[in-house]
Structure formats: C-alpha cells, structure tokens
Design a protein around this ligand. Structure first.
Ligand SMILES: [Zn+2]
Ligand SMILES: [Zn+2]
Length: 117
C-alpha cells in the first residue's frame, strides 16, 4: 500500500510524516489536524453537537449518547486520492476524540500536543 492510501476520514488529507494519524475501527483514520479541531470543540469548549440516532461515530461505529464532532467536509477515498465535498462529513464521538487525543499526545514521535483552546 502507498502512503496515499491512508486518508483522513474527516478532511481527506493523506498520510505524511508531519501529519500524525490515529486509527479507529475498520481502518478509519483521523489526522492530527482534525483531531485537534475535534478536541478543542468537544473537550476544551464543550461545544459538541448531538447527532441523530442513525449516525454512528466513524471511529468506533457506535452511536453513543453525548456530544459529537462533525467534519465540515465530506471526504471520500477514490483511486486518485480523496474527493472533497462541501457537505457535513464524518462524525466522531467525544469518547473517541478524547481517547485518540490522549494517545496521540503520548506518542513522542507524533510531536502533537493537546489543544488548550
Ligand atoms: Zn484530517
Ligand atoms: Zn466513537
């Protein structure tokens, strides 16, 4: 597999050395940039959204009660990279965002810090 086969489900960017990623279930991925955005909205500002019951978290595939982060764009992996549409995209639950952020912050190679704002 090529590095470009690894796409963030939340913004469609491909994996690079300077862009750490965290894996969820079934190969779903969230990059450090999106994770930072999600963490700051959900955890720092406590401003997550509530999603309908049929919407599942992209990372754990569950619909839990509580707050979600929803990506402002829809990213779909294609043969040539990612198609980005200006439509509400993947959702991540607070639990996954918090857990992934803690994991990434502990990874010294990722060079990623928990957002404080
Ligand atoms: Zn991303
Ligand atoms: Zn989740």
């Amino acid at each position: 597999m090529l590095a470009t086969d690894f796409l963030c489900d939340f913004c469609g960017c491909s994996y690079r050395d300077d862009r750490p990623m965290i894996e969820g279930h079934r190969g779903s991925l969230i990059c450090g940039v999106c994770l930072g955005r999600a963490y700051s909205q959900l955890v720092v500002r406590n401003a997550g959204i509530t999603v309908p019951e049929h919407i599942a978290c992209t990372l754990c595939l569950m619909n839990k009660q509580g707050d979600y982060y929803q990506s402002p764009v829809r990213a779909t992996a294609t043969e040539h990279g990612a198609d980005i549409e200006q439509a509400p995209g993947a959702c991540a639950c607070r639990w996954c965002v918090d857990r992934s952020a803690q994991m990434l912050a502990k990874d010294s190679e990722a060079n990623w810090k928990l957002p404080t704002a």
